[in-house]
Design a protein around this ligand. Structure first.
Ligand SMILES: [Zn+2]
Ligand SMILES: [Zn+2]
Length: 232
């Protein structure tokens, strides 16, 4: 495959918006790195926090950290994926050397922001590069859009693990955004019952009709504490 010399990217402006620019292609600078063509990129709540917010330190940056795509090139030491593999990308990348990285808590590595910012967390561009052990092959029936929100599901897996949610329990989830919805999905997988609470009807309808909930509560209409106590 002949790769282009440049890629399109949404580059942060002084106003906190994006400008679409042609920028240099990222390069495989380490033997364990892979180059991925981006096929799906999610918009995180944290992306919205910085939308139209002037931040001098962000000018010129490429963001986007919920990503899936196709492997297009690999470094010489890479064995887990090959070109044309469809992958979901874990864009949280630590230094691999500090205490937190060594105990598997690389999401709180002090160097995380800097390292991910210059590697995989550039999902609002056509190509990204980073370590092969942060890409995961996805089955044919999983679309790029679904794979791109593995980041969101990972947050919910963490919540399930931390709370030891299991069969027979009832769980109240406050907030029916993407993380709340994915958490409800996994509460259902564990066999527990999920009650989901929000102030907007449409995500509650999605939770009820698409994911499945013991009950949905619009807390502008119903006292959620009272209702949860009645249900449990
Ligand atoms: Zn995020
Ligand atoms: Zn580290």
């Amino acid at each position: 495959m002949v790769l282009p010399k440049t890629r399109k990217a949404a580059v942060k402006t002084a106003e906190g918006t994006f400008e679409i620019k042609e920028v240099p292609m990222p390069e495989i600078t380490q033997p364990d790195y892979v180059l991925v063509k981006v096929r799906g990129s999610g918009v995180c709540g944290s992306d919205l926090h910085s939308w139209k917010v002037p931040r001098p330190e962000s000018v010129g940056r490429i963001t986007g950290h919920e990503v899936a795509g196709d492997v297009v090139a690999v470094g010489e030491d890479v064995t887990n994926v090959k070109p044309s593999d469809r992958v979901g990308v874990d864009t949280v990348i630590g230094c691999g050397k500090c205490y937190w990285c060594r105990v598997g808590q690389y999401h709180i590595c002090p160097q995380r922001s800097e390292i991910r910012g210059r590697t995989f967390a550039q999902g609002f561009s056509e190509y990204i590069v980073g370590p092969a052990d942060h890409v995961y092959k996805i089955p044919d029936h999983v679309g790029y859009g679904e794979a791109a929100i593995m980041d969101v599901y990972g947050t919910s897996v963490h919540a399930i693990n931390r709370t030891n949610t299991h069969m027979g329990q009832t769980v109240a989830i406050f907030g029916a955004g993407p993380i709340g919805q994915s958490l409800l999905d996994q509460v259902n997988v564990t066999g527990a019952n999920g009650i989901i609470i929000d102030i907007i009807d449409s995500p509650l309808e999605f939770a009820e009709n698409t994911i499945g909930a013991l009950e949905t509560i619009n807390s502008t209409e119903v006292d959620p504490v009272k209702r949860v106590m009645e249900l449990t």
